[in-house]
Write a new protein. Sequence first.
Length: 378
Amino acid sequence: MNMAKKRIVVLYGGKADEHPISCISTAGVLKAMDTERFEPIPVGITKSGQWIVNGEDPRGWDLSGDALPEVKVTPESRPVLLDVSRGCDGFLVGGDTVESLGHIDAVLPVLHGPYGEDGTIQGLLEMMNVPYVGCGVLASASCMDKHYTKVLLSAAGIATAPGITLDARSFDASDGFASDAAAIMAEVEAAGLRYPLFVKPSRAGSSFGVTKVEREGDAAELAAAVFEASHHDWRVLIEQGIDAREIECAVLCAKPGDEPKASWPGEIVLDRREDGGDQFYDFDSKYMDSSASHVEVPANLPEETLQRVRETAIKAFKAVDGMGLSRVDSFVTADGAIMINEINTMPGFTPISMYPKAWEATGLNYTDLITTLIEGVL
């Protein structure tokens, strides 16, 4: 007798800057999901935060068009309402009448950035007592905030890039922080940070608002970089650039209590450095331009180094109380030292994303990866 298919809400879109990346990730997930086992129920979240069903089919989205995909209310779409007290039966569809969306077995939140990857949606699903794929509230919130990721990793004895954290709320935005430039420079000098510097918002994903500052002593350039980052978050990190290769490792722990597993580490190779193209892995080279970079798994490093990257990734995943999945990004220096750059608790699932590619190279294909993640929480 055939077992009834498990009904899985796939959440996508959201209020974050990464909205279009969530849409593309979801297109990949829906096309790869094993529909013999699961009945996917796509629930889109608009940029203003409305939940809908029956909007534009995300399976048709990709990055080849002129416009980025976006969840929008359409004449055919209907609002999704939540009754927290009803748990897995609390997903309702509004309109002229309110109807049940039916029993939901689990949620796969393919959401990146704030309001999706920061513990907020995880807390909502915890309150509803609905199983969901991915990290819990603490790991999601602390890994979304790069400052607190560093605090947890440092407490676990894991090296991170030297840096300082600024509160930009006290700076004068009317002149783009120009009047605060000397004070910002003084903090950098007091910390002994070496150039180049990377200035980044603490709680934004996908390289939004990140600036590389190369001219030592240029207070105006530094202040402008902090001002740019402050558009995304008032907490701003200034980190010392590390002369190293960035090696990414996919970590999987589908079932609570299991020992986490790490994929073969991979590397994003930028293909345009020699001709003056992207000098670091920014938003465009991550998602918009497949010719700007390519993925190599395993990375071209000695096996002993690759194994230490895997071990460090698992240690970092445990240090932040990781669950489900994460992509742990490391710096590997020329002498083989390893430090953690960041932990991404809902990594991209786009066609050129590292997380599924790393597992594929390790022997777990895309469809089986999604099945493993969902079955782990059922």
